[in-house]
Design a binder for this molecule. Structure first.
Ligand SMILES: *Cc1c(COP(=O)(O)O)cnc(C)c1O
Length: 400
């Protein structure tokens, strides 16, 4: 068996598909904000698996919930009821202030479910002529990797050579309400938006954007679908990033942190009137709503229901923003932060974002570039103030 980092990377390179470009670090253990590689080196994890590990690696409450459920029942399919599904749906719906939940597994499946829901709702509730439903989406979006989702991506890597593409989507500039208004047609059934664009580099829209979308959707009878798969569940200092703007969407798409960093769990949350367009047999998933995932999801929801994690993200986010604002201005052209989430835009005078991340990894801090010039920072919410300071010091050194 290969066991050194170099051997493990070589075997992955030889036998794994080359659809990722990871930093050359081979992790074997994790606890809280810290991970360890196969050579015993310790790192601060400032990426948190793109927010799937919001509560830190192996949070004891979440591991306990999973363990207890492992000893009882793991998978039933939806041919039968299980005793975790109902409570999970009720508790997550209450957290979101809505009344129904459709559980899936990955984020992309939640987005696909949202697309199907919006189309069916358009035909059944709005009387849109068959096959004429359209959905407005935004440039530089990231909603996942299925054939339909990449059909409305504007990233040439994500989309290239995967055609023929699914029709029915109109792409407009992110942050531009007027462009959305101009793109509305009689068949437009929904606007699908990330309240903050994570993969695009933690891009925060103008203040009136989400509320403008809310107004437009109300005016034209369209569903506002918020993809909070990365922004939701505490990351931004609120349960949902939409709360910053006081906006309640019609549909939340959730994933990543919902699975507690243990397993994939996603969900579509909406009110009954919308959700009930799905009838038996019209949508589903073998693993969706399985008791193991629901048990972990219930614990995630219970943790978020006190508001402590959100408060922590707000307070520590202020500290992170303050430290980052002191970085060398000749190396940093822009800084976007909300809660414990930051996109640091590097200038031409700085090394590339990839080089910065590689230098930081050698110094024991893991984060990930997005595009060539953005370093994205999204630590687990268990990070301490001192660890934030240390991480920013390491970033500062890496910019030299
Ligand atoms: C990660 C992500 C997805 C896709 O989730 P997967 O679990 O990778 O399929 C969708 N939308 C957003 C905003 C994401 O960040």
């Amino acid at each position: 068996m290969p066991d050194t980092a170099a051997q493990l990377i070589a075997v992955e390179d030889a036998h794994g598909a080359h659809n990722y470009h990871p930093l050359p670090v081979v992790l074997s253990h994790g606890e809280g904000v810290r991970v360890r590689d196969v050579d015993g080196r310790e790192y601060l994890d400032l990426l948190a698996s793109y927010s799937a590990v919001n509560f830190g690696h192996r949070h004891p409450r979440l591991v306990d919930a999973a363990r207890r459920q492992l000893d009882r029942l793991t998978l039933t399919s939806r041919a039968f009821h299980n005793d975790q599904l109902g409570p999970f749906c009720a508790e997550l719906a209450a957290l979101a202030g809505m009344d129904s939940v459709l559980p899936m597994n990955t984020g992309a499946e939640a987005v696909e479910t949202g697309v199907k829901l919006a189309r069916k709702w358009g035909y059944r509730s709005r009387g849109v002529p068959r096959d004429e439903a359209r959905i407005i989406v935004f440039d530089n979006n990231f909603h996942g990797r299925t054939t339909t989702i990449v059909s409305f991506s504007t990233d040439p890597d994500a989309r290239g050579d995967y055609g023929p593409y699914t029709p029915g989507f109109d792409v407009v500039p992110y942050g531009d309400v007027d462009a959305v208004a101009a793109a509305v047609t009689p068949g437009t059934v929904a606007v699908l938006v990330e309240p903050i664009q994570g993969e695009a580099g933690v891009v925060i829209p103008p203040a009136a954007f989400l509320s403008g979308l809310r107004d437009l959707c109300d005016r034209h009878g369209m569903l506002l679908i918020a993809d909070e798969i990365q922004s939701g569940l505490g990351r931004t200092g609120y349960t949902f990033a939409c709360e910053h703007d006081g906006v309640r969407p019609d549909v939340y798409l959730l994933g990543k942190a919902l699975g507690g960093g243990i397993l994939p769990l996603s969900a579509v949350v909406a009110d009954r009137a919308v959700m009930d367009v799905f009838r038996p047999g019209q949508h589903g998933s073998t693993f969706g709503g399985n008791p193991l995932a629901c048990a972990v999801g219930r614990e995630v929801v219970a943790m978020l229901s006190t508001g402590e994690w959100q408060r922590r993200a707000r307070e520590l986010g202020d500290r992170l923003a303050d430290r980052l604002s002191r970085l060398d201005p000749s190396k940093v052209t822009g800084l976007r932060t909300r809660g414990l989430w930051a996109g640091v835009e590097l200038s031409d005078a700085a090394p590339s974002a990839r080089e910065v991340c590689e230098t930081m990894a050698r110094a024991g801090v893991l984060c990930k570039e997005t595009h060539h010039t953005t370093v994205r920072i999204a630590p687990p919410l268990v990070i301490t103030p001192e660890e934030i300071d240390h991480a920013v010091d390491v970033l500062s050194d890496a910019l030299r």
